[in-house]
Design a protein around this ligand. Structure first.
Ligand SMILES: [Zn+2]
Ligand SMILES: [Zn+2]
Length: 164
């Protein structure tokens, strides 16, 4: 881990302020809808999909056309505000906004808890192999599924009831 590692900001206000500052620095327009979608993703405890976002937006904005939300999501992904979890077709807020990076994701298959592990080393090693096969990589996704610490503990503790 590098010395200038920035701690992820867990506080919503802090994360929104960071996103606003990043947008200004990079001349990106965080429209009210984009900002609202970002806020919903930050607030969600688990990766959230487009349809859940649409449902969450409805009380405040009425029915938003899905394409509008998809465009907002594309913007947020392209500019590093959020990451797309391919295996779940859902989105999580980036833990280090403003620092371009490759990430790996640990996804709990029981509760959906998702942890982002930024890591260039693995990404570099992965991208070193394909050219030898004449292969051109367009997208690299590393998602590991399993059980998070909490769910694993429940598994090993028969006294605790399993959540359904
Ligand atoms: Zn990230
Ligand atoms: Zn879990």
């Amino acid at each position: 881990m590098s010395a200038d590692h920035v701690h992820p900001a867990h506080d919503l206000a802090e994360r929104l302020a960071r996103a606003d500052a990043f947008a200004v620095e990079h001349d990106l327009t965080l429209t009210p809808l984009r900002r609202q979608v970002y806020e919903l993703i930050v607030t969600a405890a688990r990766p959230i999909g487009a349809y859940d976002l649409l449902a969450a937006l409805e009380p405040q904005r009425g029915r938003v056309p899905p394409t509008t939300v998809y465009r907002a999501l594309d913007f947020l992904v392209e500019n590093g505000f959020v990451h797309r979890i391919e295996s779940r077709n859902a989105f999580v807020a980036c833990c280090e906004i403003g620092k371009p990076h490759q990430s790996q994701f640990l996804i709990c298959e029981r509760c959906g808890d998702t942890v982002e592990i930024p890591g260039e080393e693995l990404a570099e090693r992965l991208s070193a192999t394909p050219p030898a096969h004449g292969f051109e990589v367009h997208k690299q996704v590393v998602e590991l599924t399993g059980l998070c610490g909490d769910c694993k503990t429940k598994d090993h503790n028969p006294d605790k009831e399993h959540e359904e």
